[in-house]
Design a protein around this ligand. Structure first.
Ligand SMILES: *Cc1c(COP(=O)(O)O)cnc(C)c1O
Length: 457
């Protein structure tokens, strides 16, 4: 589980870091310009003569504490839970809370087939199984994500192949995805990191051209929109998480949906021990584990869905405002969101160009924190394949059958995703939540400008 607010981590920017190219910087800032965000450049230049003392060095703090995020559940959840407690069954199949949850989910993500399940990881495992991923099949995905993105792939004996990312979108770079397609590739899992939609049109075109399944990992992307359209409908399968740190929650839970007539009807079975509740009967034709949700979770999740639009529209506004206010600041690369998309900012992450500042990222973060900014370095410590379990290929009791049996030659210790490494070494994570105000975000931007100007090389 990855929480948006983590203990601060410091990273040495080692020789592996790749400086962001001028072209990438221009691309990021021109995206901000497209979004109508030229305004901040002027004020930045005007203020640069007076260099105020950093809070880190005893100067005045720029950011006053934000209102705390209040408890995220209340009357609507209580009402649903009370209704649930009056039922004589708490089982999911045709349960009233589950039925309501599915109905409300389909308003947010209009797909025909929906299976509520026990987690986002479960949703992804069900999706991968329903997509027909089997031993040795390659699945291309992002190396900067929750490990839940690939757990199902590995349990189905598939092989996660990590592609590199856009420098400021932190999402799959379709050109690099294409380079990694082989005859063994069966699917792409597009992770909408932070709720920022992937380039779905390009990924779908690749999937169609090569006969691949496109699975959307929308665990962080509740309420996000790709060119005005909800995420989750362009892919063959879409997965959402209801874990406690996500936009909406029932403690733990997930949903997997599909409009695909081949994999959609399989979702229920793959979340329910292979048991086909539509056909009934006692014989098993397929094999799966038990990922069922139950009525108590469904009751809370159904109520939470009513809060979603308010949560996401607020976060989208705050995140875009922050981009607007730091765009054009030398050495700073805002979080890049396509102007026609809606990002729900599960968190905000900007990057700093290492050469543009006289300090390491750790000190930049420390200075921001001293100003009162809820900032920390990066997101996950290393790309997924740099974790010991991948480096040792030790997934099953220290072993990896598909490699031992020659179904893959994958060696994660040699797998390279340089932009992903650089993102994690130069990214600065800023917490955004729906109780924050626009004024608060203005002050966060001011603190970033103050610190950036102070350390400017
Ligand atoms: C949270 C998350 C998951 C896993 O969801 P769980 O409900 O924690 O199992 C998968 N992918 C991404 C991108 C996530 O953020």
């Amino acid at each position: 589980m990855l929480l948006p607010m983590r203990p601060k981590q410091t990273f040495q920017s080692g020789p592996a870091r790749s400086a962001v190219s001028r072209r990438e910087f221009l691309a990021a800032s021109s995206a901000a310009v497209l979004a109508g965000t030229l305004t901040s450049t002027k004020s930045t230049a005007a203020e640069s003569s007076a260099a105020p003392k950093l809070a880190l060095n005893g100067g005045e703090k720029t950011v006053k504490p934000s209102a705390k995020l209040p408890i995220r559940w209340g009357e609507p959840e209580r009402e649903r839970l009370n209704a649930m407690l009056g039922q004589d069954s708490l089982f999911y199949w045709k349960g009233p809370q589950t039925t309501l949850l599915i109905e409300r989910f389909q308003k947010v993500c209009p797909v025909k087939y929906v299976m509520p399940c026990s987690s986002g990881t479960a949703a992804l495992h069900i999706a991968v199984a329903a997509a027909g991923i089997g031993p040795g099949d390659e699945v291309i995905t992002s190396p900067i994500t929750d490990i839940g993105t690939v757990i199902g792939v590995i349990y189905q004996q598939g092989v996660p192949v990590f592609a590199d990312l856009g420098a400021s979108t932190y999402n799959l770079d379709p050109a690099d995805v294409e380079r990694r397609i082989t005859p063994k590739t069966k699917a792409i899992i597009a992770v909408h990191l932070c709720g920022n939609p992937c380039d779905l049109r390009a990924l779908k075109a690749l999937a169609d051209r090569h006969g691949l399944m496109l699975i959307e990992d929308a665990a962080q992307a509740w309420g996000a929109k790709y060119r005005g359209q909800p995420v989750g409908v362009m892919g063959h399968l879409a997965c959402f998480s209801l874990q406690n740190s996500k936009h909406i929650t029932c403690g733990d839970g997930g949903l997997v949906g599909s409009n695909d007539e081949r994999s959609g009807p399989r979702l229920q079975k793959f979340g329910d021990k292979g048991f086909d509740r539509v056909k009934g009967g006692g014989m098993f034709e397929s094999f799966a584990t038990n990922y069922r949700m139950s009525e108590p979770q469904a009751a809370v999740a159904a109520a939470q869905l009513e809060r979603l639009e308010g949560i996401v529209s607020k976060r989208a506004r705050l995140g875009n405002l922050l981009t607007e206010r730091i765009a054009g600041l030398p050495g700073v690369l805002p979080h890049q969101v396509h102007p026609e998309d809606r990002c729900g900012y599960w968190f905000y992450m900007f990057r700093i160009k290492p050469d543009a500042f006289r300090c390491e990222r750790a000190e930049f973060v420390k200075a921001l924190a001293a100003e009162g900014v809820p900032a920390s370095g990066g997101y996950i410590p290393v790309p997924l394949h740099r974790n010991p379990v991948f480096l040792k290929h030790g997934f099953f009791a220290g072993r990896w059958p598909v490699r031992e049996f020659g179904l893959t030659k994958m060696d994660y210790s040699k797998h390279q995703t340089p932009e992903a490494e650089a993102i994690l070494q130069t990214g600065i994570h800023v917490t955004i939540h729906e109780a924050m105000t626009e004024d608060y975000i203005e002050s966060v931007a001011e603190a970033i400008r103050k610190v950036a100007r102070y350390y400017a090389a």
